[in-house]
Design a protein around this ligand. Structure first.
Ligand code: TXA
Ligand code: MG
Length: 317
């Protein structure tokens, strides 16, 4: 159910959950002041309580109350990439409820680029917003995706199609350097002019605690089995997920990710294409992984790989 901007403010202020657009993906928003709304987010999404939420704010002033200290170069990152598709993990005080940070001493923060979202945040104050999908499913980049997962009556602030199409890039400062703990809409190379180095992508930690808890759950997955391969090992397949420029005579039905020369287009279409496989009731799909691995392609490759995993939990450590 599409609702207006003022209805969204009203619902969020009285402690309801509303689906809200951002430039990356839609989020399920709840006010930081409403424990019940935060609880419902975990229930609605069927999200493990061990997976913390990102706090979205309109500006840096809204963060100050929560943060204990800022790591080196945080100011530079904030100045260059906010508002935008960067999430930073920062040490926080007890103003952040332990539900939000899942018991960790840190919380994730982001100032979204979409103006509509920031106007909302200015009116409501900080909102937690995990991606607006059932846990494990592809994220939602269109209002229809939210209706698929949460029903026609779910309140949605309509922002159209999300321009970036994949989630924010998450950075954490550890042992003297910023590292990427979730690949995302900002490719790692973009940080080099600001930090003086390309942050490494760190998937596993040596500590007992997971470095980015959400990375250890199954993600982005359609119902179909995905077979990831190169054009040379393409087998006959009822469904193929591939690129506009290529011919796939072995495929009965080809679902297009976009152009192999346009990673932005592919990122924008990615979750729509994965969800379309479910609409088509695809059970076995061959995915063309013959594309570059630099820039945003690295994120696209990671999402497709995760979507193809068949486990419910990945092992960490
Ligand atoms: O683009 C995005 O980031 C979207 C939009 C709605 O803003 N949000 C999003 O939220 O992707 P979610 O909940 O689907 O993913 C948040 C990720 C999870 O993997 C979670 O484990 C990680 O952020 N995270 C949150 N707090 C953390 C913390 N304190 N330390 C490490 N990872 C954290
Ligand atoms: Mg998510």
């Amino acid at each position: 159910m599409r609702i207006s901007f003022s209805e969204s403010i009203h619902l969020l202020q009285r402690g309801d959950v509303v689906a809200v657009p951002t430039e990356t993906v839609y989020g399920l928003a709840a006010s930081l002041d409403s424990e019940t709304a935060i609880d419902s987010i975990f229930t609605l999404k069927n999200r493990p309580l061990t997976n913390p939420l990102i706090i979205h704010v309109a500006n840096l002033d809204q963060i100050e109350k929560f943060v204990v200290d800022y790591p080196p170069s945080f100011d530079l990152l904030a100045h260059h990439f906010w508002p935008g598709s960067l999430t930073c993990i920062l040490s926080v005080n007890r103003h952040v409820s332990s539900k939000i940070c899942a018991g960790l001493p840190t919380a994730a923060f982001r100032i979204p680029a979409l103006e509509l979202t920031r106007s909302l945040l200015t009116a409501t104050g900080p909102l937690v917003m995990p991606s607006a999908n059932l846990s494990g499913r592809p994220s939602a980049t269109r209002p229809e995706h939210i209706e698929e997962d949460f029903g026609q009556n779910f309140p949605i602030l309509d922002g159209g199609i999300c321009e970036k199409g994949v989630e924010s890039t998450i950075l954490l400062y550890q042992k003297g350097e910023w590292v990427i703990v979730r690949l995302g809409a900002l490719q790692s190379e973009l940080f080099a002019p600001v930090l003086g180095y390309i942050p490494r992508y760190v998937q596993k930690s040596n500590e007992v605690q997971p470095i980015c808890p959400g990375q250890h759950f199954r993600h982005y997955a359609p119902k179909a089995h995905l077979y990831l391969g190169n054009v040379s090992d393409l087998a006959v397949s009822p469904f193929i997920l591939g690129f506009r420029e290529r011919n796939y005579p072995q495929g009965k039905k080809v679902i297009l990710l976009g152009s192999v020369n346009n990673e932005r287009e592919v990122a924008e279409n990615l979750y729509q294409a994965l969800r379309q496989l479910d609409h088509e009731k695809a059970s076995h799909v061959w995915v063309d992984m013959d594309f570059p691995r630099d820039g945003l392609w690295q994120t696209i490759a990671e999402r497709l790989t995760r979507a193809g995993e068949r486990y419910s939990h990945l092992n960490f450590i």
